[in-house]
Design a protein around this ligand. Structure first.
Ligand SMILES: NC(=O)c1ccc[n+]([C@@H]2O[C@H](COP(=O)([O-])OP(=O)(O)OC[C@H]3O[C@@H](n4cnc5c(N)ncnc54)[C@H](O)[C@@H]3O)[C@@H](O)[C@H]2O)c1
Length: 468
């Protein structure tokens, strides 16, 4: 890995403030002993094409729930994109689709009617996880591009079929872990590759939540009933159960439809991690946790802790990753994604990266010296001073740098859709294809496999297979 020198790189950044002082434009000497600083990331430049009405990408949405609405609202901000159709199994959401995107869009409860339409170029699949594979593959086979929400698959065995369908159809597929398209993730990748934290030794990821909504207790609308909700179709290949609105609107809480916190939340972190490191994924996982509070009929844990082993590869040393999600956070909410290395650490977000650089101290303190004679202490200190210099760890903090996205940044979600539509127009390579999507989802599913089996599980990240 390339080492940094104090003059290296990114002189184009504008030094916005230094400890609260005014904007200056001098080139900061990154990674030198500059103390604390706040730097603006370079703004993204977007194409300014104007599209004629007949050159729009016609978009359809399948699964017009919470994320389907957020996805579509973001997708429609990208120039040259028009929503023409929406599909959902609850009629109230089709009414809402018309409220949001106009009365003239086509709506249906049967997604196959969307696939039959010749005027649809691209489809967002934002259904519950157990429908992702079937609908996405059928959509690819109908000749349309797919933006499939994460996790790409609900089960390990779905991955290879998904990858094969993308290859065979040659159609565009983007998986929806939008964070990796963000300026923050891109900056973290650049810093990592430049050696900003030295050799990576650990990833520490946590997601604390402290609300009913955060624990997936989503509201159920007053007009939901067997006439307005197509429960049988919702079940799909899942086991047959009597009509139950809680299962329909809070499907994440059940293994039959969702993927637990790992598939829902870890998968974002895996996508970011694999993107930053150019990694294929872990080789081993060990998970524990339990259902501690939300005993509302759910069969997935509300506290999950999973440890992963990553092997040495060309792009990273062997390291360990700890993932933790807690739906009863007690004192508040928070998210952390901290890459820890031999020369510092990075806290990575979509819009910011906090880099703390330091140097490992060698010299002992009085704590360890106390048990030696004064004469030996002097000799030991002299030896350390000669070999390592006079500094202790506490002297060696090289300062913090916070990189922030410009205030008018459109965000990773926009960038992810922009990349998707550029892919549809044949202008850009897709950032999160089926292979990438399966490596992120597969790594997440290892947590469930280990939790439910009560054992560590092994995975080959290159061939994407569970190992005995
Ligand atoms: N990228 C992100 O940050 C992000 C955030 C939230 C959710 N998600 C993902 O988005 C997906 C949807 O999550 P959500 O929170 O929007 O759930 P949701 O329950 O709000 O919406 C899902 C919708 O899909 C519909 N649906 C179910 N089966 C269908 C089928 N066969 N045909 C057509 N419609 C069907 C349901 O009626 C429902 O309205 C999940 O896979 C989730 O993991 C991603």
């Amino acid at each position: 890995m390339k080492k940094l020198d104090s003059n290296s790189s990114r002189r184009s950044f504008i030094k916005k403030t230094v400890l609260g002082t005014a904007i200056v434009s001098s080139s900061p000497l990154l990674f030198a002993r500059t103390g604390n600083q706040l730097l603006l990331m370079k703004p993204r430049s977007y194409a300014t094409n104007k599209f004629a009405a007949n050159d729009h990408i016609n978009l359809a949405l399948i699964g017009s729930g919470i994320q389907g609405c957020h996805d579509t609202n973001t997708a429609l901000q990208v120039p040259g994109v028009k929503l023409v159709a929406a599909c959902d199994l609850y009629t109230g959401r089709l009414d809402r689709a018309k409220e949001l995107w106009g009365n003239d869009i086509f709506v249906t409860r049967d997604y196959r009617e969307i696939l039959d339409r010749k005027d649809v170029d691209a489809v967002i699949v934002a259904t519950p996880d157990h429908w992702h594979k079937k609908i996405s593959i059928e959509t690819l086979k109908s000749g349309k591009a797919v933006y499939c929400e994460k996790p790409m698959v609900q089960k390990f065995e779905e991955g290879s079929e998904f990858i094969a369908a993308q290859k065979e159809t040659g159609r565009v597929l983007q998986v929806g872990s939008q964070g990796l398209s963000s300026l923050g993730n891109e900056k973290a990748k650049q810093l990592y590759q430049d050696g900003a934290i030295g050799q990576l030794v650990m990833l520490d990821m946590y997601n604390d939540r402290y609300s009913a909504q955060g624990a997936w207790q989503y509201p159920i609308p007053p007009d939901a009933n067997p006439d307005t909700v197509d429960f049988d179709t919702f079940l799909g290949q899942a086991p047959e159960v009597p009509f139950e609105l809680v299962r329909f609107f809070r499907w994440r809480n059940y293994k039959d439809y969702g993927t637990g916190v790992a598939g829902d939340l870890f998968v974002h972190a895996f996508s970011t991690l694999h993107f930053i490191l150019d990694s294929n994924g872990p080789t081993r996982a060990l998970s524990t946790g339990g259902l501690r509070y939300w005993k509302d009929g759910r069969d997935v844990p509300d506290v999950t802790m999973t440890l992963y082993d990553y092997p040495e590869t060309k792009t990273h040393a062997a390291f360990n990753a700890a993932f933790r999600v807690n739906f009863i956070a007690g004192s508040g909410e928070g998210y952390g994604f901290r890459l820890v290395g031999t020369e510092g650490e990075m806290q990575v977000g979509s819009d910011s990266v906090k880099l703390v650089r330091s140097k490992l101290g060698q010299k002992p303190t009085g704590y360890a010296l106390v048990a030696y004679t004064e004469e030996n202490q002097k000799k030991i200190i002299a030896e350390y001073d000669k070999n390592f210099g006079g500094e202790r760890s506490s002297d060696l903090n090289l300062g913090e740098t916070i990189y922030e996205a410009p205030s008018d940044y459109k965000g990773g979600h926009y960038d992810h859709f922009n990349n998707f539509f550029q892919g549809v127009r044949g202008e850009k390579k897709i950032i999160e294809d089926a292979t990438f999507g399966f490596r992120a989802a597969g790594a997440a599913l290892l947590a469930n496999e280990s939790y439910y089996s009560g054992k560590p599980v092994h995975w080959d990240p290159d061939s994407m297979r569970l190992m005995d």
